[in-house]
Ligand binder design. Structure first.
Ligand SMILES: [Zn+2]
Length: 439
C-alpha cells in the first residue's frame, strides 16, 4: 500500500471509539483504527479531540439568508410578517446580490464544518431569479460544499397566481416549479398548510408527490408548520409516499402541528410515518421562536415530537432553516447551536438522547439527503471536522470550536482553540471549559 497523504492521530470518534488514527489517500479514508502503522506525507495530532463527519443542514433557505434588514426588519418577529416581508423583498432582489449573500453564507458554513446543505429555493417568481442564482452557487461551491436544491413554492403551488404579480404571465405556479426542476433543481418541495383550504393542501401534496415520482426525485415539504392540531398533511404525505413507492426518499419538514395534536391520533400517525419510510426534520431555533405565538399561557413549544418519532424508528434531523433573514435575525451556520436548542426544546437530556441530537445534525440529515461516501469508515470521502471537545455531548455543550475542517483530505478551514487567559491569584493561568479527565 502506498503512503497515505494525510494521517490524523489520536482522535475520538462519535461512535465512542477513542484514540483512533485515520489515514487518507486521494481524498478517501483508507484506514481507520488504533495505532495505524506507517508514515504519511502529513501528520496531524488530534490530541484526543473528537473527529466528526461534517455537519449537514437538511433544511435551509439560502435565497433569503443574510438579507436581514432588507428592505426593513421583521418588527413583530412572526412567521406571517416574515412571509410578507419576503414578498416585499422579492421584487427588489438581483441575481448578483443573491449570489454574493449565498456565497458569504457558504464561507461561514465551511468554517463551521457544515459541508452539506439542502436549501429550499422559492419558485413563486416568473423570473425564477433565485433558482438561477442558487444553481450558480451550487456549481461554484461544489468543490467544498454539497448543495442540494428544493423547488419550494413559498406562496402555495395552488394558491399562487403568477399573473397577479406579473400580468401577462401564462405559467401556473406548478409550471414554474416544473421549470425549476427542468433547470436542475434536485428535490420537489411544497407547503400544503399554506394553501387556502385543507382540501387544496391535500391536493397539492398529491400533485407534487406524483411529479416527484414521475421524475424519480426526492421530496421535502414544509408540512404543517402551524399550531393547528387539525393540520394533518403529513398523513397525506405518508400515504402518497406509500402509494407511489417513494419510501426512503421523502422528508416532512417542521411537522409542528404534531406538537398540538390529539395523542390518540398521533398513536396512529407515527406508525404510518415509520411504515411509509418518511423522515422528519425539526427546526428547533425557528420552531421555538415562531410557534405558539397565538398562545398566552401555557405557551406551546411547537416543535414536533422528536423522541417519539425516533423511538418509532423514524430518521429525524435538526435543520437551521434560517440565518439572518426575514424570519430569524440570529444564527451563524453553527449546527451545534441547532443541536443544543433541539436538545433543550425536546428535553433530550439522557446520555443516548444527547448523542441522538448530535446525530440529528450529522448522520441523520446525511441519510435524508442521500449523500454518497459520507461517514468515518474506510472508503468514505475524507471529509471531517476536528472539534475542541472529546465527545459529541461535550461538543454540543461547548458549541465546540472547529479546530480543523477537511474536504477530500484537504484542510479548508482552521479555527484557534477557545481559551481564556486568567489573571487570578492561586488559580490556573488558562481555561478551555473541557471536562477534567478522570483516571
Ligand atoms: Zn423552511
Amino acid at each position: 500500500m502506498s503512503q497515505p497523504d494525510l494521517m490524523l492521530r489520536h482522535v475520538n470518534l462519535p461512535d465512542g471509539r477513542v484514540d483512533v488514527d485515520v489515514a487518507v489517500r486521494d481524498g478517501r479514508i483508507v484506514g481507520i483504527g488504533p495505532a495505524l502503522p506507517g508514515e504519511a506525507h502529513e501528520t496531524v495530532d488530534g490530541g484526543g479531540m473528537l473527529l466528526s463527519p461534517p455537519f449537514v443542514d437538511v433544511h435551509f433557505h439560502m435565497d433569503a439568508t443574510l438579507s436581514y434588514g432588507l428592505p426593513r426588519v421583521n418588527a413583530s418577529g412572526t412567521l406571517l410578517e416574515g412571509i410578507a416581508l419576503w414578498g416585499e423583498l422579492k421584487p427588489l432582489l438581483t441575481q448578483e446580490a443573491l449570489i454574493e449573500r449565498a456565497m458569504a453564507y457558504c464561507d461561514w458554513a465551511a468554517a463551521r464544518g457544515l459541508l452539506a446543505i439542502r436549501t429550499h429555493v422559492d419558485t413563486c417568481d416568473p423570473r425564477l431569479l433565485a433558482v438561477e442564482a442558487l444553481l450558480e452557487v451550487k456549481r461554484r461551491v461544489a468543490p467544498w460544499i454539497d448543495l442540494q436544491l428544493v423547488a419550494f413554492p413559498q406562496d402555495g403551488v395552488l394558491r399562487y397566481d403568477p399573473a397577479r404579480d406579473h400580468p401577462g404571465c401564462r405559467d401556473s405556479a406548478l409550471d414554474l416549479l416544473r421549470k425549476a426542476l427542468d433547470l436542475g433543481v434536485d428535490v420537489v418541495g411544497g407547503i400544503p398548510h399554506f394553501e387556502r383550504t385543507m382540501d387544496a393542501g391535500r391536493e397539492s401534496v398529491r400533485l407534487l408527490a406524483e411529479e416527484a415520482a414521475r421524475r424519480g426525485l426526492r421530496i421535502d415539504m414544509h408540512c404543517d408548520e402551524t399550531d393547528d392540531p387539525m393540520s394533518r398533511h403529513i398523513e397525506t404525505l405518508a400515504f402518497e409516499t406509500h402509494r407511489l413507492g417513494l419510501q426512503g426518499r421523502v422528508n416532512g419538514s417542521h411537522l409542528t402541528s404534531m406538537h398540538s395534536m390529539d395523542n390518540y391520533y398521533v398513536s396512529k400517525l407515527i406508525p404510518l410515518i415509520a411504515e411509509s419510510g418518511v423522515s422528519a426534520t425539526a427546526n428547533p431555533l425557528i420552531n421555538i421562536t415562531i410557534q405558539g405565538r397565538h398562545d398566552t399561557y401555557p405557551k406551546r413549544r411547537g416543535m414536533t415530537r422528536v423522541p417519539e418519532l425516533l423511538a418509532a424508528g423514524v430518521t429525524v434531523a435538526f435543520g437551521h432553516d434560517c440565518v439572518m433573514d426575514p424570519w430569524y435575525s440570529l444564527g451563524s451556520g453553527d449546527m451545534l447551536e441547532v443541536a443544543h436548542m433541539g436538545l433543550h426544546v425536546a428535553q433530550m437530556t439522557g446520555q443516548q438522547a444527547m448523542r441522538q441530537c448530535f446525530a440529528a445534525v450529522t448522520e441523520a440529515p446525511a441519510a435524508i439527503m442521500g449523500l454518497e461516501g459520507y461517514g468515518l469508515a474506510e472508503g468514505c470521502h475524507a471529509d471531517f471536522v476536528l472539534l475542541q471537545a472529546r465527545d459529541p455531548i461535550e461538543a454540543i455543550r461547548l458549541r465546540a470550536a472547529r479546530l480543523g475542517v477537511w474536504r477530500r483530505g484537504r484542510l479548508i478551514s482552521r479555527t484557534a482553540p477557545a481559551t481564556a487567559q486568567l489573571h487570578l491569584p492561586g488559580r490556573p493561568s488558562q481555561v478551555d471549559w473541557l471536562a477534567a479527565r478522570r483516571g
